[in-house]
Every structure is written in C-alpha cells, then in structure tokens.
Design a protein around this ligand. Structure first.
Ligand code: MLT
Length: 263
C-alpha cells in the first residue's frame, strides 16, 4: 500500500489485527525483510511495516535522513493508519537506531520495544569516514556495489554458504535501494547520536534479539543494550547472523509472540 505523508510517497504493509506491531527495517533493505513476520505474526498483532524513505517502494528524496526524520515518518504512518493505541516498536539494525529516536520523540506511543541486531553507540571517527567512503562508492557505482560489499557480512557464514534463497532475498532488497536512499541513510547514520544515555531512561518492556553469529554488529552490542535497560530480556538466536528474522524466522517469531503475550 502507498500513502502520502511528510511530503513523500511512503509504501507500507499493514496486516492482521490486535496490538500494533511496528517493524522498522535496516539498511539498505526494505519491508520485504519482514515477509516472515507479516506471514507469521499477523495472527496475533496488527503488523505494520513501512519502507523507509529512499528504500523499497517509498520515494527517494535527497538526504541526509536523520534517525529523527525516519522516526517522524513512522509516527506519521501510524497517524495515517489511525493507530492511537501504543505500538510495540521493533527495529532491526538501522531500524533499531530509528527505534531509539522514536522512543525519545514519541515514547508515549510505544507499548514496548524490540531491538534486533542493533547497537546503542554512535559511529566512531573511522566509522564516520567509512560512511562517507560508501556514500561515494554508491554514487559512483550504484547500490549493487554496496550490496556486493555488505552481503557476506549480512548473514551467518552458514546461511551465506548454504542458503542461496536467503542470499538472493537479501541481495534483491539491497540492490533495489535507490542511490539517494543509500546515501541519505549512510549520512543519517553517520550523524546519529549516541543512544547509550537513553538506555537508563527506557521504562517500557524491552526485548533484545541478536543473532549469535552476527558479523556486522557483534552480539556483545545486544548484550550491552539489554544490560543498560532495566528489566530487559535478551535472547541470542543460534544459527543466525545480522538478518536473524529472515535466517531463523520461527525462533524470531516465537520470541516476539511470547513478548506480545507478556505485555
Ligand atoms: C543495518 O544493517 O541497518 C546497517 O548495516 C547498520 C549500520 O551500518 O550501522
């Protein structure tokens, strides 16, 4: 589905009924990431998954896309859908950075938080330089060059080696991202604030999910988020890398379902 908000066309999926569950994808992906959750969780929640600006089928306005701006787009989508009840907000990787921003700006609209394959800290100086290098690479060679560089690290080694269908799904999402989207998100992530000070202020039920074999954001980052948030639960998912929800959908959905029931 498509709507117009914040001066752009935004594409989204909206399936099922019940407590709103907002799923925010990572970089440079799309709502296709959440296909196993749209299928598997729509029986127990109203699953809402946007394509962030510049990604998937949403419009690619020029960036930078600050994490606050991406959170504003998510809040505007909830408004458009008439969602007034607090939502369970789940973000994977860059989506997790957006979830932190959403919590800071719209905390009353969050019933709980799920941080998947993400981290609280800001980019180091080397990390910021890497963002700029990748933005230049995308401008020169397109999103496929970014996909080529990132893909081996996006999945657990065993998924990358033995699950060609998962590799193909990830590659298609990455290659489908517009250059403006890649650059806008890279510069937004470069400039994102450190969310470590936010951890101690989070007073909503929180679940932290991390692939045990995440090569892009190591699981110690998920452990640090869980350690910093009072009462948070941490689940490491075996046999999964960075795209844990796609690599191990049953384990991921079971964890989210259990959390939904506990709210
Ligand atoms: C993501 O998967 O969303 C990004 O790789 C996260 C990042 O680059 O920091």
């Amino acid at each position: 589905m498509q709507t117009r908000l914040n001066n752009m066309n935004m594409a989204y999926s909206d399936e099922g009924q019940g407590r709103p569950l907002l799923l925010v994808h990572g970089f440079p992906l799309s709502r296709q990431l959440w296909a196993p959750q749209l299928r598997g969780l729509a029986g127990s929640a109203r699953v809402i998954a946007p394509d962030l600006r510049g990604h998937g089928e949403s419009e690619a306005l020029s960036g930078p896309y600050s994490m606050d701006l991406l959170a504003d787009d998510c809040a505007a989508l909830l408004d458009h859908l008439g969602v007034t009840a607090p939502a369970l907000v789940c973000g994977l990787s860059m989506g997790g950075y957006v979830a932190f921003a959403f919590y800071r700006k719209y905390g009353a609209r969050a019933a709980g938080l799920i941080f998947a394959a993400t981290k609280a800290g800001a980019d180091s100086p080397e990390g910021k330089a890497g963002r700029e290098k990748n933005a230049a690479l995308a401008q020169e060679k397109g999103a496929a060059a970014i996909a080529q560089a990132m893909l081996p690290k996006m999945l657990a080694p065993q998924s990358y080696a033995a699950r060609p269908e998962v590799v193909a799904q990830a590659r298609a999402m990455m290659e489908g991202t517009s250059v403006a989207g890649v650059v806008g998100a890279l510069l937004g992530m470069r400039d994102r604030p450190d969310s470590t000070p936010t951890l101690a202020h989070i007073n909503k039920p929180t679940l932290v999910l991390h692939g045990a074999d995440d090569q892009l954001i190591p699981s110690k980052e998920g452990e640090a988020i869980a350690a910093g948030i009072k009462g948070a639960t941490l689940k490491l998912i075996p046999g999964a890398g960075h795209l844990l929800n796609l690599e191990q959908p049953q384990a991921f959905n079971a964890a989210v379902n259990g959390f939904l029931q506990s709210l």
